[in-house]
Structure formats: C-alpha cells, structure tokens
Design a protein around this ligand. Structure first.
Ligand SMILES: C[S@@+](CCC(N)C(=O)[O-])C[C@H]1O[C@@H](n2cnc3c(N)ncnc32)[C@H](O)[C@@H]1O
Length: 221
C-alpha cells in the first residue's frame, strides 16, 4: 500500500520497527508482520496491552524469534516503567522431538543472538513451562500483569499452560493466546477458546489477525 507522507513523525518510528522489532525474525510473520517489515501486525496488540496496562510483569510462554517479548519489553522501556520485568519461558531443546518438528524451535538460544543482544534485560528461562511454573513462578510468588501463551499448541499442552499460569495473573491482568483460530491439526488453541467461552469464568475477544490472537480476561467475582 502507498504510504502517505506524514505531517509529523507519526506514532510509529517505521525504521525502528523494521530494524529493532521485526529485523531478521522470520517468526514475526506468524503475527502478520514479517522480517524487516515496518508493520507490526498483531504486535501492535501486544505492545498496546503492555503499555496501556502499565504491565510491570510480562510473561511470554514460547517464542520462536522473541517478537512478543520484544514488544512487551519495548512498552516497558517506552514507559520508563521501573521496576518492571519481561520473562520469556521456552523449553527449546527440552521440548520432545516430535513436538519440535511441528511447532518449531527458538532461533535466539545463543547469548549473542540478534534478539538477546538487543533486549538483554528480557529474562530468559530455558525450561519447559510446567517446570518453570513449579521451580520459578510458584516459589517466588511471581504475579503476572500480562501473560502471552504460545508454547505447546497441542490441546493438552495449551490447556495445561492456561491452567498453570492463568491463576498467577492479577485480577486486572490480561492473557493473550496465539493461534486462536488456527484449525489445522493438531492445533488445540481454538478448542481452548471454545471451552473458556463455555465455562464463563473468562471473557474472550478474538482478533482475526493471521492465525488469530485472543485476548482473555477473568470476569469479576
Ligand atoms: C510455535 S513456536 C512459537 C511461534 C510463534 N508464533 C512466535 O511468536 O515465535 C513455539 C515455541 O514454544 C516452545 N515450546 C513448545 N512447547 C513448550 C513447552 N512445553 N514448554 C516450553 N516451551 C515450549 C518451542 O521451543 C518454540 O520456541
């Protein structure tokens, strides 16, 4: 699409988006952005939620290229939010091989990777989500303001991640689910969305961006 000439700098620094937020990250395409893109796609939602909520503790479960944690952290940076932390949990090589073959592996595990050198303050936890829950989150009583779930997409996996981590989210906090409209087998996120809607404890709003992003919020009471 042809770009109009902005009369001001615009809300977005397009060059910054392309070099620091999308950069070489191929996984950003799963959020309707793309490597080197000036457009953030669903990334704008992740940034806006962290920013608008002034989310002091952001947690991302699973990330191939660090796209969501970058946007969470960038919102905290732009707000000068201190203290604040963004925690990325990813099992990487600990994920069973058959699941790795389907859902992929992170490209940032090297400490000198593009993502980790640009956002060194994102706390990396190289663990399966259930282990991180038991060994890090529970003993340290970590309360989450904004949680993004994008790890094991099998139904049992995403249901487990939701059941373990949603109770750690503050009453006013939010959760986003990636692949909420991805109905290709064996993706179980749409089934989780259906169950959450049926159970009634949470409100769910789904956005038709690429494979779908659902925003989930606990109902009062
Ligand atoms: C499909 S990729 C995420 C792709 C993506 N939409 C993005 O933004 O990068 C899933 C990630 O979750 C991780 N993962 C899968 N199962 C996991 C588990 N049980 N615990 C922790 N991480 C897991 C994988 O290592 C991978 O990096």
């Amino acid at each position: 699409m042809a770009r109009s000439t902005p009369t001001s700098g615009g809300l977005l620094d397009r060059a910054f988006v392309a070099t620091e937020l999308t950069g070489p990250d191929a996984w950003s395409a799963s959020h309707d952005s793309g490597p080197g893109s000036e457009e953030l796609g669903a990334g704008m939602l992740y940034y806006a939620l962290a920013y608008a909520l002034r989310a002091e503790v952001c947690v991302c479960l699973g990330s191939g290229g660090g796209f969501v944690p970058r946007l969470m952290r960038q919102a905290q940076r732009d707000l000068d939010l201190a203290p604040s932390r963004t925690i990325l949990v990813d099992g990487a090589d600990q994920v069973p091989g058959d699941k790795r073959a389907i859902w992929g592996s992170p490209d940032w595990t090297a400490p000198d990777s593009w993502f980790r050198t640009r956002y060194p303050e994102v706390e990396i936890v190289l663990s399966l989500t259930a282990d991180a829950h038991r060994e890090l989150f529970l003993p340290n009583r970590i309360a989450i303001d904004y949680l993004h779930i994008d790890a094991d997409h099998h139904f049992e996996g995403v249901r487990l991640d939701f059941d373990l981590f949603a109770p750690l989210v503050e009453p006013d906090g939010v959760i986003t689910l990636h692949d909420s409209s991805n109905r290709r087998e064996p993706c179980g996120v749409p089934r989780l969305v259906e169950e959450l809607r049926r159970d009634g404890a949470y409100s769910v709003v789904e956005f038709p961006v690429r494979y779908g992003t659902a925003i989930v919020k606990r109902n009062p009471g």
